[in-house]
Ligand binder design. Structure first.
Ligand code: ADP
Ligand code: MG
Length: 696
């Protein structure tokens, strides 16, 4: 086996490969495109394409694909071979600049939320040179954006790139305020920690709910769950270890900086954290990581569950989105500085984040709203559905002192004057203690903890980048022409803290008093996807995304529709699966057990007329009343499903799914789970929670 440094990035058309294989001229032109967004000409594209093809075919690739991220939330690819016919019935391997730059997959089967009706059905993919090409399954994959012919984004990458540009433009204005003329680009950076479950494949295939929906729709609690906290950071089992080792290797080959792996809180739950990188690449990498997790798991006869809540009663899985801003000179803008000037800049950036998170708490909530994540947010494990910010005691004290200004003279408290004083050194440990906060400052970055494990991180980062761009813009507008910069800066930061400090909450986000306290503060508590989504198309939100060129109004409306549709579809599939499992598996299993009990009692009585058949009879009674109830609940769920079809308005339909269909699902599950505790083990048609959670 090769060493890790040799292995790392071996399947990536990386910077060093480009340097080796491209002419100086083409390399320089491409770098200009990557780092400054400069357009390139077809000659350069042809040279790059040819070099890519040579490199890829040497590595055994036979095909290429534009690799894109439609609104399904997963990635899409359509493979074309490199072959091109020549005389004599032979072929050569070819790949042109045109094929590299643009592809034309049929867009008509991807969700477009009405864009298809208004615009052309066809769509095109366009090369994103800022994310490197790579080889997967003998196919050269070219990261691309996916748009309609009218130019409307049909994917998650296009608006993400636009939001990165928006934050870059405005962040540069902020840096210039502080006299920084060297930086030419500011990029948002992300490290996404990925949680997942591993279950045995043989058990998995016996559960239609896992196969069709990714989560268990039935399942009585196992005697043991996560009570003993013995899984978190526990010793990793050999089969899991082997999986992780192979996963690391696959990810490293793809240039993905897989770094930290450990067991998570729930049994069978694990986490993988990569090193951070620019948001665009991080997003691509996270998609690839999820794909590889599933693929490598199968090789170990395991299945990787990425659903936010595969099992009721134990923790679900999230994806912590660690976010920061980095200059092209390598400075992390969320790192408090050494000098008063740097600290003043840090505090202004922090103020922008506080204001942004407060003003757009609804959009942050919307960005993580999915049917799957509804099971997680607000349960006692993940952050609550209320968006708030954790800054830690030290930083909060600093802000308090800035807010109260120079009159504030209380002893022992720091008194800060922005641009004059140096911030106290924060102990990083302190800043990372609060695990219950949805948006926590962790010393030199913010950790957004609300995204669910399946979610593409594009959505949340589009929102974070855009709202930060907006606040930067407002600040820059106010300060650029200031006559007394120092005084105006102080005033602005102080006012921002005063107006938006309600979003700061350093306490326990899981506690019962927090929702009440949050309500008093006027913070939103959007419990479900259906509660949140209308905010997507609220005027104030549409206008900020349009203003920064991240979405058009049409794109936002189409996305709103796609997400409502997807919510309804997920619940629809789950209901259908429950009905099938109940009718075809559970009811027959209960009947079989009942029959055997009756037969056993009858046999006993035949052998000895006065025999005591109390157990059999009492069980049969219990089973038959519950089975009758189950039957009714199945009918009720089916009726609800039919009623749901009557809705023309997608929002009303989603509401009906949330209020009526979901309630019917819960009722059906409750009775089935109760039955599971009574029915004999050999009769129950599915592997149990105990087997699934402790079976690896
Ligand atoms: P934790 O205590 O949550 O494990 P770490 O410091 O290990 O904290 O970081 C967690 C994640 O944050 C990692 O993916 C890491 O790469 C990422 N991260 C660190 N610095 C930054 C940054 N400046 N921008 C974005 N992500 C970062
Ligand atoms: Mg974390």
């Amino acid at each position: 086996m090769s060493t890790v440094p040799e292995l790392f990035g071996s399947l990536v058309f990386s910077d060093s490969v480009m340097q080796q294989r491209l002419s100086k001229q083409a390399y320089k032109a491409l770098q200009k495109t990557i780092h400054e967004g400069a357009p390139f000409n077809i000659n350069v594209a042809n040279e790059v394409a040819n070099a890519m093809k040579d490199w890829a075919t040497e590595k055994g690739a036979t095909h290429f694909t534009h690799w894109f991220q439609p609104m399904t939330g997963i990635t899409a690819e359509k493979h074309d071979s490199f072959i091109s016919p020549i005389a004599g019935g032979k072929v050569i391997m070819e790949f042109s600049g045109k094929e590299l730059i643009k592809g034309e997959p049929d867009a008509s089967s991807f969700p477009s939320g009405g864009l298809r009706a208004t615009f052309e059905a066809r769509g095109y993919t366009a090369w994103d040179p800022t994310s490197p090409a790579f080889i997967k399954d003998n196919t050269l994959c070219i990261p691309t954006a996916f748009c309609s012919y009218g130019g409307e984004a049909l994917d998650k990458k296009t608006p993400l790139l636009r939001s990165m540009e928006a934050v870059n433009v405005q962040a540069l204005r902020i840096l210039r305020l502080f006299g920084n003329e060297n930086v030419t680009r500011v990029s948002s950076t992300v490290g996404a920690e990925q949680e997942y479950f591993l279950v045995d494949r043989d058990l998995y295939t016996q559960r239609k709910d896992l196969v069709y929906t990714g989560r268990t729709l039935f399942g009585a609690k196992a005697p043991k769950g996560q009570e003993l906290d013995d899984h978190y950071f526990g010793a990793i089992k050999p089969r899991v270890k082997a999986f992780m080792a192979e996963l690391d290797e696959e990810l490293w080959k793809l240039g993905i900086l897989a770094k930290t792996e450990h067991n998570e809180v729930a049994p069978a739950q694990h986490e993988l954290a990569p090193f951070f990188t620019t948001t665009n690449i991080s997003t691509d990498h996270n998609q690839l990581m999820m794909e590889m997790m599933k693929k490598v798991a199968l090789r170990h006869n395991l299945v990787c569950l990425l659903h936010e809540k595969p099992f009721a009663g134990v923790n679900g899985s999230g994806k912590h989105n660690n976010w920061s801003l980095c200059t092209n000179t390598g400075v992390n803008l969320l790192e408090p500085g050494e000098s008063p000037r740097e600290n003043a800049q840090f505090l202004l950036i922090l103020a922008a984040l506080i204001k942004g998170v407060d003003e757009y708490q609804d959009m942050l909530r919307v960005s993580v709203a999915t049917a799957g994540n509804d099971h997680r947010l607000g349960a006692n494990e993940a952050p609550p559905a209320i968006v708030s910010m954790f800054l830690g005691d030290e930083l909060t004290a600093v802000l308090e002192s800035i807010e109260s200004g120079s009159d504030y003279e209380q002893k022992e408290k720091v008194k800060m004057s922005i641009g004059v004083d140096t911030l106290p050194r924060f102990s990083k440990d302190n800043t990372d203690r609060n695990r219950t906060s949805p948006f926590a400052f962790t010393g030199n970055k913010f950790e957004f903890r609300m995204p669910g494990s399946t979610l593409s991180i594009a959505g949340p980062n589009i929102v974070i980048n855009t709202i930060v761009a907006e606040e930067f813009q407002q600040f820059a507008d106010q300060l650029e022409h200031s006559k007394d910069f120092h005084a105006d800066l102080n005033k602005l930061v102080r006012k921002t803290i005063r107006d938006h400090k309600r979003i700061i909450f350093n306490g326990d986000g899981y506690s019962d008093c927090w929702p009440r306290e949050a309500e008093k503060r006027g913070l939103l508590n959007l419990k479900t996807t259906v509660d949140s989504l209308p905010y997507y198309i609220a005027d104030k939100n549409v206008s900020v995304f349009v203003k920064h060129g991240v979405f058009t109004e049409t794109e936002m409306h189409s996305r709103y529709e796609i997400r409502l549709e997807s919510y309804c579809k997920v619940l629809g599939i789950e209901s259908q699966t429950m009905i099938e499992m109940a009718r075809k598996n559970i009811i027959p299993a209960v009947c079989a057990y009942q029959n055997d009990l009756c037969a056993a009692a009858a046999a006993k009585k035949a052998a000895c007329p006065g025999a005591n058949c109390e157990v059999e009879e009492s069980l049969v009674e219990k089973l038959s009343s519950r089975n009758a109830c189950l039957y009714k609940k199945v009918e009720a769920l089916e009726a609800a499903m039919l009623d749901a079809k009557e809705y023309d308005d997608i929002f009303e339909c989603a509401k009906f799914y949330r209020d009526t269909v979901f309630a019917a699902m819960q009722e059906l599950r409750a009775i089935a789970d109760d039955l599971e505790t009574i029915v004999g083990e050999t009769y129950w048609p599915f592997p149990t929670y105990g087997e699934l959670l402790f079976g690896v």
